[in-house]
Design a protein around this ligand. Structure first.
Ligand SMILES: [Zn+2]
Length: 307
């Protein structure tokens, strides 16, 4: 396994990638976007964006669904499916880790095959035009970075890395996939359906699943993401709070903000009198704090940002 320098700056950029964009909207959605109300809201959002020089963008699962990555909540902000494994269960139980890694072995390849879409690219154009003071994402898919975005905070970590909870060594998740496929080849013949965050639904007995451990100290390996029940690093929160203080506006894209880790930044902005616009299909936890709410698909952003 390749050890990754844990102090390495996160600035993965791959602008040469071929983007297999799955961003064609169904005809009905296109028709909905042509209604006078939707058009006036989108025009207002375009103006909001154009008038800002220091926007802080906060994104969530909704921006990646058009790339084929599933999300957890419906438009009412409720859970569509069972909550994923918690931090506490993962660390406390070998059986939970067997379940996690088996499901991840099946779900990870298609998760990582997803490509950035036109909404990710619109945000890249805004960054290149010097309009952003930062971008915070709750997604662990790295699609912003792969679209070419430079200044991104992965609020909930990144699924393409694995960390040892004992010695803090970082390992490339692709290397873990090779290990898993070699140790648990029988899983490859199981039928499954992909689930959010590189997970997969599969009906099988997990008791024979082999679980990877740290090559350096034998410790427990965990995906380098913030599981439910865990908390975001205080330094990361402080850095974003500093960006909120600099911002002349907040743009929320594709998130219901149901998780406090991101909701607090909108609350902070509102307390400072910084206007907040949201492009999201469905309710958000911050609806009362939002200045301009646009209930449209994230890809509508593409038409609002200059090329
Ligand atoms: Zn270790």
């Amino acid at each position: 396994m390749t050890k990754i320098d844990r102090f390495k700056e996160e600035s993965v950029t791959d602008t040469s990638a071929e983007y297999a964009i799955k961003d064609e909207l169904p005809a009905k959605r296109k028709a909905d976007m042509n209604t006078p109300n939707a058009q006036s809201k989108l025009a207002a959002l375009k103006t909001f964006i154009r008038q800002r020089e220091n926007l802080l963008v906060i994104t969530g699962a909704g921006i990646s669904t058009a790339s084929g990555i599933g999300d957890y909540r419906d438009q009412a902000g409720n859970w569509k499916r069972a909550q994923p494994v918690s931090h506490q269960d993962f660390l406390a139980s070998y059986a939970w880790r067997q379940r996690y890694w088996a499901r991840s072995q099946l779900g990870y390849p298609s998760f990582m095959a997803a490509q950035p879409n036109s909404a990710h690219q619109a945000l890249v154009r805004m960054e290149q035009a010097g309009q952003l003071c930062g971008l915070v994402t709750q997604n662990v898919d790295r699609l912003h970075q792969r679209a070419g975005h430079q200044n991104v905070v992965d609020l909930h970590g990144r699924l393409d890395q694995v960390i040892c909870i004992d010695c803090r060594a970082l390992v490339d998740r692709d290397d873990i996939q090779v290990w898993l496929d070699a140790k648990n080849p029988w899983l490859g013949s199981q039928s499954f359906s992909p689930a959010p965050d590189g997970d997969a639904d599969v009906l099988t007995d997990f008791s024979a699943v082999e679980v990877p451990s740290c090559d350096y100290c034998g410790g427990i390996l965990k995906p380098h993401v913030v599981f439910f029940g865990d908390s975001v690093d205080r330094h990361v929160v402080d850095r974003i709070m500093g960006q909120v203080d600099q911002a002349d506006g907040i743009l929320v894209v594709g998130t219901s903000l149901m998780v406090f880790s991101s909701f607090r930044f909108v609350r902070q902005a509102h307390a400072r009198g910084v206007p907040v616009a949201a492009l999201n299909q469905g309710v958000t936890r911050a609806d009362e704090l939002i200045t301009l709410k646009v209930n449209e698909p994230c890809m509508a952003l593409d038409g609002l940002v200059a090329r």
